[in-house]
Write a protein of this length. Structure first.
Length: 235
């Protein structure tokens, strides 16, 4: 049964007006092509909502309202909503979970300081992997509590096949941001390539607990359990 108009949250009204991605369009391409409409959505939501009121809407019984609020928090939310957004990865609605992943990455990239995102973007825009790594080295020294700077450096180390350094940075990320399923899965990948199968299995399980719907993680866990034997499967 459709809800009466008066019961629909305003954020959902704005969300419904956004053009949906086509069947053959990635979310990244959709966001890039609809940047102006998304910015307008963010401005409208910011006029009527603060972070606390949006967080209350994430508990709505209406899954589309939850999705709208989570999407909005990804655009205008601060680091303070990190744990609540992470809880949405366990939501029973696939649309909410998908948007929660996007929202978390946006929040993580923004960091805790108004300068963090710009500094990280400047580092990642350097020409060539070597220059990027140099810039990230400087950034983690300047902002040692900026988890995503460490995570991006871990990615560069992984691309360079320096799995030990990548694993150390992933552990630093998880220490700063225990909800960072990407770093937890990255740590597992490093451990697996370092021949540490049991440790990798534990790390993959932690990643799956944070985000039960990551592509390939569950299947990798099953393969590792089979390779390592029944004791690890039951752990």
């Amino acid at each position: 049964m459709a809800q009466r108009r008066g019961t629909i949250p305003q954020v959902l009204r704005y969300f419904i007006r956004l053009r949906s991605p086509s069947a053959f369009q990635t979310r990244e391409d959709w966001a890039r092509r609809n940047r102006r409409e998304i910015d307008y959505f963010a401005r409208k939501v910011a006029r009527y909502y603060n972070e606390g009121t949006l967080l209350r809407v994430t508990q709505s019984t209406n899954p589309q309202a939850r999705e709208a609020a989570v999407f909005a928090l990804g655009l205008i939310g601060s680091w303070n909503c990190n744990s609540q957004l992470a809880s949405m990865l366990q939501n029973d609605d696939a649309g909410v979970r998908r948007v929660a992943v996007e929202a978390l990455w946006r929040v993580w990239f923004r960091g805790k300081s108004s300068q963090d995102a710009a500094l990280l973007r400047d580092a990642l825009d350097q020409p060539g992997r070597g220059k990027v790594l140099e810039a990230l080295n400087q950034l983690v020294r300047l902002r040692p509590d900026f988890a995503e700077a460490w995570n991006q450096r871990a990615i560069v180390y992984f691309q360079n096949r320096d799995f030990a350094s990548s694993a150390r940075d992933c552990e630093r990320v998880v220490g700063l941001n225990p909800f960072h399923f990407g770093a937890q899965a990255g740590l597992a990948q490093c451990l697996m390539r370092m021949g540490r199968g049991s440790a990798a299995l534990k790390a993959f399980r932690r990643a799956e607990k944070l985000n039960p719907h990551m592509d390939g993680v569950t299947s990798t866990i099953r393969l590792l359990e089979k390779a390592l034997g029944d004791d690890n499967a039951a752990a």
